[in-house]
Design a protein around this ligand. Structure first.
Ligand SMILES: [Cu+2]
Length: 156
């Protein structure tokens, strides 16, 4: 009996340190259940999003965000407090490194491509003639800082 209590409390400790006590063991979201809502105010107007896992506003932990950009959409040069990993689901995302958007130093990431940039490294992205869906995987707490604060849609 005493041993059972010890094992139970040990298991509870393990689960709570893993954060599993308050989480489902498994879950999934079917593609038809992706519900697009307006993207974050930190991105230029026109984006759509669906939060798949976790939250960028958490104090820690991974999150996964699906983002949809219209055609001819631009995200000016910016950086993040944690590493960013993106997977292109459909369309083409043009992506480059630098403090200024420079289409001569950007490469196309097509559907299926995966790319990443480490924290605090300035980068930019844009779409051309097709609407593009990407998946962002990163660690919270997330944020976006524009190199030129005049480009920050939150300041408009
Ligand atoms: Cu970014």
């Amino acid at each position: 009996m005493k041993l059972r209590i010890v094992i139970l409390s040990l298991l509870l400790t393990i689960f709570s340190t893993n954060g599993l006590a308050n989480e489902k063991v498994a879950n999934h979201i079917s593609s038809e259940n992706i519900k697009w809502v307006d993207g974050p105010a930190s991105l230029p107007p026109g984006s759509k999003m669906h939060l798949l896992y976790g939250s960028p506003k958490s104090e820690s932990g991974a999150f996964t965000l699906r983002l949809k950009f219209p055609k001819n959409y631009t995200i000016p040069a910016h950086w993040h407090p944690t590493n960013e990993r993106i997977t292109v689901i459909s369309g083409v995302l043009y992506f480059g490194l630098g403090n200024k958007l420079d289409k001569n130093h950007a490469g196309p990431l097509k559907a299926g491509a995966h790319g990443w940039v480490i924290k605090k490294i300035a980068h930019f992205a844009y779409t051309e003639d097709e609407s593009t869906i990407i998946q962002l995987d990163a660690q919270a707490p997330w944020g976006i800082t524009y190199v030129d604060e005049k480009n920050d849609p939150r300041s408009k």
